[in-house]
Every structure is written in structure tokens, then in C-alpha cells.
Design a protein around this ligand. Structure first.
Ligand code: KIV
Ligand code: ZN
Length: 501
């Protein structure tokens, strides 16, 4: 069986989705988890696009031990220099150059002739090769390119020294039969193709990104590009977790394998969703909360007789552990620590102490604490603490009929407690207004989602808040059995990131 290289572009193409940008520490956090997942290549950003991206690629390069770290680059020497600057300290650096090859892009965007495009491909790839050995070239909008010209572009990149050649479906226009045929055409006709890895990169405009990726694998693609949860421009990129499990589950069809530790899939997906503040649709394949639930009686009956009647993947394989274990306020620290380990978290002594305190607080409010609750505490822990930021101490709410709600909020900053009261159209708005009075400014609330972590009336509520100040957007997350407290915690977390990070 051939190995298929997993090229994760969550931190670059995924981040290009509006409102999904990540700061340096969030990217580093995510990159570490991607490495635990077993991604072979992590595209950490587009160094020339901003100094923030340059810094983020540098930080990921320093943080990652085994995976290749790539920076995207336009086919220009100035961009390539910056990409090199960003990845040069990675243990395994890569520069990823792209240039469009379709007539639409060449005429309207590049305003170049075909010969100029080929010259630029040769010049940029061979220039990058003087800096670094591992150079990838992508023919942007390949699926709308003329086949003969696409072939020339691929051959030019190979001649100039590219080690990987990518054939992207940039606008999500292709369909699986066509994709398979295109990859066969390139594989059978491009001179030197046996010297390079052929890569596939698909967007989901017609909902076919995963299907196109798998079709390309059938035709010989040995690098797959995609993002966790399928995040990305417009309708997004191909969802890596779906492709990885497709390859694993239908080994009989694809005859290839990946290096991914599939047990890390669920955690990776949850971490990303908490960082970018986007909840995962409940019916989403592999990681949606209903993906392994069986409601219909006839299905439940079948499952009791034998799991494989209605289940093609054991949820444990993707890291979803049955939430059968139940902890309560009499569970000792040791039991909680054991469960933290089972969930795959490695924490310091002081972090464990912190989580245990939060666990006891929760166990006082809820009769039982499930694994999902514990997971929410753990993910929230990473999110809420921002160095010297504001911390919620207390709050109170008063509502009466259709009168305006009143809220009182007390927070600390560097040890000093400050309180304020304010009114609002509802209890949440009043609480946010009271806090804004303390922070001394207003923030633009762009998105506010609230959902329960587990079932039941005493379930933990998880709030995801997206705020904007100037041109910056941040996402904050808060969990509590009280949804107003969860919203306030999320709001304060987002403000802390805006002001102090
Ligand atoms: O979709 C695309 O074509 C890309 C390239 C830059 C690889 O993201
Ligand atoms: Zn793309």
C-alpha cells in the first residue's frame, strides 16, 4: 500500500474564511495538535500577506518537531524571500509557490501571456530551490485550465525542481469523474511526473470537495490537502477528517494509508471549533454530535444485536469515548486526574489543581459530571485565561416583565476589583453593557451562539462570542451551567484577547 501525505492547510486556507483568523498563540496551539494528529505537512500561513502571518509561520516553525512546515508564496522573488525567512528555522521547511494556469485567471487577473506564466513558474521555483530543497508548486485554478497548457505548467515546475506538484480545484467546479480523469491525464502524460508527488486540493462550492479528493487518490494523487472541519474560503476546503476516515474505512477501494492517529481527530476538531468560534453542525460526518447516535427504534435494536448493523466506524477510532463515566462531588482528585489522562490531556500540577477546583464547583451545581463536561472545562481552561486580563468575580441580574433588564458586574484586573451596573434590552445585553462600562469602551458584537454541552436541565452551556474593535476580530468562549455567566465569561475572554494579546 502507498502512503498518502496529509497536507493540512487549516492555518492558511482555512484561516482565509471570513472571521476565522487566528492569532500567533492560537496557531501554535493548533499546530501542536495537528502534529499530534499526525499531519505530515502543516501550512502555517502566507508569510508575505502580513507581518502577523510572517510571525505566525515563524512561531509554528519553532514549535513543530516532526511535521514539515510550509508557507504559501506568490510566484515572486520578494514573496519567496519572506516565505523562506518564515520557515527557515523549521526542522523540515517547505516553500509552496502558486500561480494561476487557467485562461480566465491568466487574462483577467495576471494579465500575462501563457509564455510569461511558464517563465514565471520556472523562475520562481528555481529561485526557491536556491534557498530550500523542498519546494511545492500549485497550478491555481487547474481544473479550469486547458489540459495541454496545464501539462506544460506541471512539466516546467518539475524541470525547475519542484518536489510536489498540486492540481487544485480552486473554485470547487470539478466533479469526481472529471477529477479522476484529469489526474490520470497528468500522471500519464507529464514528463518527469514519476519524480514528484502529485497533490490534490479541493474546494467545496458544489459540496464535492471530499469526493473529488478521493477520486484524485484513486487516480494516483499521493498528497491530500484540506482543513479540519472543512473550514476555508466560501464553502470551505475538503474536510480532512472525512477523507482520512474514508481512506481508512474503505481501504479495500483506495489501497492507501495515512500516518494519522485517528484517535486524535475528535479532539483536533473540537480545539479548532473553540479557537475559531464555529460550532460543528450536529449532522457533520465523523465529528458532528449526532454522527454516531442512533435514535430510531429499529436502528437501536440492530445496534444492540451487533454494532456493525448500523455503524461503519467505531466512534472510539476517531477519539469519541463513551461518556458512560460519571463523576460527582465525592470523586477524588485522583479519579478526575485519571479521566483527564483518558481524554488525552497532559497537564501540569497547577493546571490539574485548577481544573479540579472548577470540577468541584460544577459538581456542586450538577448532580453528575460527565466526560463531555470535563472536556468543556479543559478546553475552556485554555481559552479563558489571558495573562493580566479581566476576570469575572460576580454578577447579578434583575428582570421584570417588559422593563429593561439591570445587571451588576464585578471583575478583577491585576488583583483590583471593580464593579459597575447598567441596563440593557435583555439580561445578557445588560451584563455586557455593565462590563463595557468597566472596560471604558464598547465592542461590536458580531456573533453570539449558545449551546448545551450535554443533555438535561442542569447541562453546561457553552457560549461563543465574536467581537470586533477597529479591524480586529476575536472569539471568546465561556462555559457554565448558567447561560448568562457563560455569555459573560465568553465576552470577557474575547475582550481580553482584543486588549491584552
Ligand atoms: O485553492 C487554491 O488554489 C489554493 C492554492 C493557493 C493552492 O489555495
Ligand atoms: Zn485553496
Amino acid at each position: 500500500m502507498d502512503k498518502v501525505i496529509i497536507f493540512d492547510t487549516t492555518l492558511r486556507d482555512g484561516e482565509q474564511a471570513p472571521g476565522y483568523s487566528m492569532n500567533v498563540s492560537e496557531k501554535v496551539n493548533m499546530a501542536r495538535q495537528l502534529e499530534r494528529l499526525g499531519a505530515d505537512v502543516i501550512e502555517a500561513g502566507f508569510a508575505a500577506s502580513s507581518t502577523g502571518d510572517l510571525e505566525a509561520v515563524k512561531a509554528v516553525s519553532a514549535a513543530v518537531d516532526n511535521a514539515i512546515v510550509a508557507s504559501l508564496s506568490r510566484a515572486r522573488r520578494e514573496d519567496i524571500d519572506l516565505a523562506y525567512e518564515a520557515v527557515k528555522d523549521a526542522k523540515r521547511p517547505r516553500i509552496h509557490i502558486f500561480l494561476a494556469t487557467s485562461p480566465i485567471h491568466i487574462k483577467h487577473k495576471l494579465k500575462m501571456t501563457e509564455n510569461e506564466v511558464l517563465e514565471r513558474i520556472y523562475d520562481s521555483v528555481s529561485y526557491a530551490k536556491t534557498l530550500i530543497d523542498d519546494v511545492q508548486f500549485s497550478c491555481e485554478d487547474a481544473t479550469r485550465s486547458e489540459r495541454k497548457f496545464l501539462l506544460k505548467a506541471v512539466e516546467t515546475a518539475i524541470e525547475a525542481g519542484a518536489k510536489t506538484v498540486n492540481i487544485p480545484d480552486t473554485v470547487g467546479y470539478s466533479e469526481p469523474g472529471e477529477t479522476e480523469d484529469l489526474f490520470k491525464y497528468v500522471k500519464n502524460n507529464a514528463k518527469g511526473i514519476e519524480r514528484v508527488i502529485l497533490s490534490t486540493h479541493n474546494h467545496d462550492d458544489l459540496g464535492l470537495a471530499v469526493a473529488n479528493t478521493l477520486a484524485a487518490v484513486k487516480a494516483g494523487a499521493r498528497q491530500i490537502e484540506g482543513t479540519i472541519n472543512g473550514i476555508g474560503e466560501r464553502a470551505g476546503n475538503a474536510a480532512l477528517e472525512e477523507i482520512i476516515m474514508g481512506i481508512k474505512t474503505r481501504r479495500d477501494l483506495y489501497g492507501v494509508y495515512t500516518n494519522v492517529n485517528t484517535k486524535e481527530i475528535y479532539r483536533t476538531s473540537k480545539l479548532l471549533s473553540s479557537i475559531v468560534g464555529a460550532s460543528i453542525p450536529s449532522n457533520k460526518a465523523i465529528v458532528g454530535r449526532n454522527a454516531f447516535k442512533h435514535e430510531a427504534g429499529i436502528h437501536q435494536h440492530g445496534m444492540l444485536a451487533s454494532r456493525d448493523t448500523y455503524e461503519i466506524i467505531d466512534p472510539k477510532e476517531v477519539g469519541i469515548v463513551d461518556s458512560e463515566i460519571v463523576l460527582g462531588k465525592h470523586s477524588g482528585r485522583h479519579a478526575v486526574e485519571q479521566e483527564i489522562n483518558n481524554l488525552g490531556y497532559e497537564l501540569t500540577e497547577s493546571d490539574i489543581k485548577d481544573v479540579y477546583e472548577k470540577f468541584i464547583e460544577l459538581a456542586d451545581k450538577k448532580k453528575t459530571v460527565s466526560q463531555k463536561d470535563l472536556e468543556a472545562i479543559l478546553t475552556n481552561k485554555k481559552k479563558v485565561t489571558v495573562g493580566n486580563g479581566y476576570r469575572l468575580v460576580n454578577y447579578s441580574i434583575m428582570t421584570e416583565g417588559n422593563k429593561k433588564a439591570k445587571a451588576g458586574v464585578t471583575v478583577t484586573r491585576e488583583g483590583d476589583a471593580v464593579s459597575n451596573t447598567a441596563e440593557g434590552d435583555g439580561p445578557v445585553a445588560a451584563a455586557f453593557n455593565a462590563f463595557n462600562g468597566i472596560a471604558g469602551r464598547d465592542f461590536k458584537l458580531i456573533d453570539f451562539q449558545i449551546q448545551s454541552v450535554t443533555e438535561g436541565e442542569d447541562a453546561l452551556g457553552e457560549a461563543i462570542i465574536r467581537l470586533m474593535a477597529g479591524t480586529r476580530t476575536t472569539v471568546g468562549r465561556g462555559v457554565s451551567t448558567d447561560i448568562i455567566e457563560a455569555a459573560l465569561l465568553g465576552y470577557i475572554n474575547a475582550v481580553n484577547k482584543l486588549i491584552f494579546m
